[in-house]
Design a protein around this ligand. Structure first.
Ligand code: ASC
Length: 231
C-alpha cells in the first residue's frame, strides 16, 4: 500500500510540475515572444486566450479530474470533495469563457472572421460540452435531488465525457498553437526553426505530457477513492 502511495505522489508531483511549467511557458510565450497582455482589442488582448485556456481549461481542469485520487482526502466527506471538483471546474469554465471573449473581441476589432478554423469548431464544441457536463454534474451529482438510480446510470457517462472533453481540449490547444505559429512566424518563417517556434512546440509537448500524466493517474484502479456504502 505504501509503495502504491509513493508511486502516486511521484506522478502527482510530476503532473503538477509539468502543468505549472505549461502555464509559465505560455506566459513567457505571450510576454517575451509576443505582444504581452492587455485589453484593447489588439494582439495583447488576444494573448489572454492562450493564457486563460492553458491555466483554466488545461491545468485547473486536470487537477479537478484527479481530486478524488488524493489519498489524504479519502477521510473528507464526499460532499466536500464533490464541491472542490465542481468548484475547480467552474473556475476553469469561467476562464474558458473569458478566453473566448478575448479571441472574438480581437477578431472583431481587427476584422478577422470568426469560427472558420477547425481549432475554433472543435474548441467551441469542447466549451459547450464542458458547460453541459458542469450543469448536469451540478444538478445530478452535487445537489441531493437525483435518485440513486439516475446517478448510477449517468456516472459512467460523466466519467467518459469528462475524459473525452479533457482530451479534446488538449487536441484543440495543439491545433491553436500550430495555427498561431503558422499565422505569425513569417520573417523568419516557422519552417526555418526560429526560437519562438522551438519554444512553443515544446509548450505543446508539455501540455501533451500533462494530459498523459492526468490520464494515467485517473485510470489506475488502485488509486480510486474507496467507495463508501450509500454514496
Ligand atoms: C454520486 C456519487 C457517486 C455516484 C454513485 C452512482 O453522486 O457520489 O459515487 O453518484 O452514487 O454510481
Amino acid at each position: 500500500a505504501m509503495d502504491g502511495y509513493r508511486g502516486f505522489l511521484g506522478l502527482l508531483v510530476s503532473a503538477l510540475l509539468v502543468g505549472f511549467l505549461s502555464v509559465i511557458f505560455t506566459l513567457i510565450w505571450v510576454l517575451h515572444y509576443r505582444e504581452g497582455l492587455g485589453w484593447d482589442g489588439g494582439a495583447s488582448e488576444f494573448n489572454w486566450h492562450p493564457v486563460l485556456v492553458v491555466t483554466g481549461f488545461v491545468f485547473i481542469q486536470g487537477i479537478a479530474i484527479i481530486v478524488y485520487r488524493l489519498p489524504w482526502t479519502w477521510k473528507c466527506s464526499k460532499l466536500l470533495m464533490k464541491s472542490i471538483h465542481a468548484g475547480l471546474n467552474t473556475i476553469a469554465a469561467i476562464l474558458a469563457i473569458i478566453s473566448l471573449v478575448a479571441a472574438f473581441d480581437f477578431h472583431n476589432a481587427s476584422h478577422i472572421p470568426n469560427m472558420y478554423s477547425l481549432h475554433s469548431w472543435v474548441g467551441m464544441i469542447a466549451v459547450i460540452l464542458y458547460i453541459s457536463q458542469l450543469l448536469i454534474g451540478f444538478f445530478v451529482f452535487l445537489l441531493p435531488l437525483a435518485p440513486p438510480s439516475l446517478r448510477a446510470l449517468l456516472m459512467p457517462i460523466h466519467v467518459y465525457s469528462g475524459l473525452f472533453i479533457f482530451g479534446t481540449v488538449i487536441a484543440t490547444v495543439l491545433m491553436g498553437v500550430t495555427e498561431k505559429l503558422l499565422f505569425v512566424l513569417k520573417k523568419p518563417a516557422y519552417s526555418t526553426f526560429p526560437p519562438e517556434g522551438i519554444f512553443t512546440n515544446t509548450l505543446g509537448l508539455l501540455i501533451l505530457l500533462f494530459g498523459a500524466l492526468i490520464f494515467w493517474i485517473v485510470t489506475r484502479p488502485q488509486w480510486k477513492r474507496p467507495k463508501e456504502p450509500n454514496s
